[in-house]
Write a protein that binds this ligand. Structure first.
Ligand code: MCA
Ligand code: AMP
Length: 500
């Protein structure tokens, strides 16, 4: 019985006594124990009625059991669907109704609200920050052996929601082959081995922390220092005994802000990797000056996994995202036609890493995934003569704050629903810690409404990281002759405000 992803990432470790995870409280988990836990959790999933192809929604804290649950979903042939722990009930209602899961796993404090949303259509089990909950309790008494369900390379392994320009999040369907091919390319390119110890401070509900970091570590049999979240002191403490770190640019600017960061502290470190948002050239050069390490920047998307990487051995050039990964083709296009090297165009990508389409959204899939297999990323870039890619902008209206993607349309829709609001424009302005932060300019109907009154209605609907840091009331929005709101004008006018 073969199961593409399980056989590559988890099964080989069934008798591996080497160390896998080290947690914040000092707990150490070896690979074999981790695989045994996956087996126990797989029984719980099956008992809960999860069948092959069913979605398992997980909105849970970052724990060993949460990552084992990913393995268990794969072993039972289910589709793993992780959700940001910051999502509000309104946001959860959408994801659950769209994905129609068989099971939802959540923190006990959200059990009641999520049960009400599911309304009997899905089972709800709990996994809380202290590791307790009905999921763990049930697993504790189950067998560790589980007959792995067969899954082929094209079967779905995960469904990851990514916000959309229309305001509605889209579920990106990722197959076993999509995930495994990308993990294999990255492990090879970044030379990850069982001698590595990875600092893992990213959330595990996105591609970066879940697939880029965990799948490569599992494939290589590396050790993982699994941190509940980003904590500067913990990272500074762990750097001298680690070899590898993956982070968003905010990790690196925060480290640079700490006087303890120097070449001595990072002596055993082999590789620092950055992605999910543009790394400023200044951060790149400052980091090298302080530590002697040139950060390796790579580029990816939820729909495509990783697309490019700067080389491990060759030049890591600040402001570029490197070359297409092996097995991945990139074309820079203008209205679908490739443009010559050095010219700006749309970045399109094709390869085993590219997803299977959007869940329940065939029209969206058709708009963004060509019949030729090329996916239209929405990012604008340039390819040099030798194939090196630089991202120069985005055609999609997107804000990236601390590595989280925020689509303005989603926030504008909520603001526009407030009584007394005529229209709004949401955009990103430079922010020293998060790279960009969210700002809203609002035009009112003929009525007095304070920004705080608007915020009080908007914010309960949206995860905290999406909240505008400022609401500005204006008489009108700047528009071009076609009537389109000029967000570039708003960004320029308000550029200074976001830094505060
Ligand atoms: C936290 N807050 C944020 C963010 N994170 N606000 C805006 N943007 C954020 N990213 C809020 C908190 O709720 C808090 O609100 C306040 O800001 C300060 O929180 P702080 O303690 O400073 O935050 P933190 O807990 O230290 O988190 C910052 C972080 C985190 C470490 C940068 O956001 C993070 O881990 N980001 C990584 C995201 C990621 O994994 N992206 C990959 C997506 P209050 O005011 O209530 O205190 S995958 C992807 O993009 C593709 C595929 C790719 O290429 O990787
Ligand atoms: P997501 O859809 O959440 O996976 O985010 C993907 C988007 O993040 C891409 O389309 C890019 O706009 C952006 N992104 C990821 N990595 C980088 C990078 N290294 N530099 C610039 N933008 C990036």
């Amino acid at each position: 019985m073969t199961n593409t992803l399980y056989d590559a990432l988890f099964a080989p470790h069934a008798t591996n006594d080497e160390l896998f995870l080290t947690l914040d409280d000092g707990t150490q988990v070896c690979y074999a124990r981790f695989v045994a836990r996956i087996g126990q959790l797989a029984h719980v999933l099956r008992d809960a009625g999860v069948n092959p192809g069913d979605r398992v929604v997980v909105q849970a804290p970052k724990l060993m059991d949460t990552i084992a649950l990913y393995g268990a979903a794969i072993q039972t042939g289910a589709v793993y669907l992780p959700l940001n722990t910051a999502y509000t009930q309104t946001e959860l209602r959408y994801f659950i109704s769209d994905a129609t899961p068989a099971l939802v796993v959540c923190d006990a404090q959200n059990e009641q609200a999520i049960s009400a949303i599911c309304d009997g259509a899905a089972q709800v089990l709990t996994l809380s920050a202290d590791g307790t909950g009905s999921l763990s309790t049930r697993a504790d008494t189950r067998d560790t052996g589980f007959d792995t369900v067969a899954r082929r390379p094209d079967d779905l392994a995960a469904l990851l929601y990514t916000s959309g320009t229309t305001g509605r999040s889209k579920g990106a369907m990722l197959s076993h082959k999509n995930l495994l091919s990308n993990a294999a390319s990255l492990t090879d390119l970044w030379q990850i081995t069982d001698q590595d110890r990875l600092i893992h401070a990213l959330p595990i509900f996105h591609t970066h922390g879940l697939f880029v970091a965990m799948n490569t570590a599992l494939l290589a049999g590396a050790q993982v220092r699994f941190m509940a979240g980003f904590d500067l002191d913990t990272i500074v403490r762990e750097l001298p005994s680690s070899t590898l770190m993956m982070g968003v640019p905010t990790f690196y600017t925060r480290l640079l802000g700490d006087p303890r960061l120097d070449a001595d502290l990072v002596k055993p470190m082999r590789l620092f990797i950055s992605g999910s948002a543009p790394l400023l050239a200044e951060t790149h050069t400052d980091f090298e000056a302080r530590t002697g390490h040139r950060i390796l920047e790579r580029y990816g998307m939820t729909e495509t996994n990783m697309i490019t990487s700067n080389p491990y051995d060759g030049a890591r050039v600040a402001g570029t995202v490197g070359y297409a990964l092996p097995g991945t083709e990139i074309e820079i296009t203008d209205a679908g036609t490739p443009v010559p090297p050095g010219e700006i165009g749309m970045i399109e990508v094709r390869g085993d890493n590219v997803f299977q389409g959007y869940w329940n959204m065939p029209e969206k899939t058709a708009e963004e995934l060509r019949d030729t297999g090329f996916f239209i990323t929405g990012d604008l870039g340039i390819k040099s003569e030798d194939g090196r890619i630089s991202i120069v902008g985005r055609q999609k209206d997107l804000i990236i704050s601390g590595g989280y993607n925020i689509y303005p349309k989603e926030i504008e829709d909520v603001i526009n629903d407030v009584d007394g609001v005529l229209e709004s424009a949401v955009f990103g302005v430079p922010h020293p810690d998060f790279g960009e932060s969210v700002m809203a300019v609002i035009v009112l109907e003929n009525i007095e409404l304070a920004p705080e009154q608007i915020a009080a209605q908007v914010e309960p609907e949206l995860a905290r990281f999406k909240h505008p840091r400022q609401y500005i009331i204006a008489d009108a929005l700047p528009r071009n002759t076609m009537g389109k709101v000029q967000k570039n004008v708003l960004r320029e006018v308000h550029a200074e405000t976001g830094a505060h």
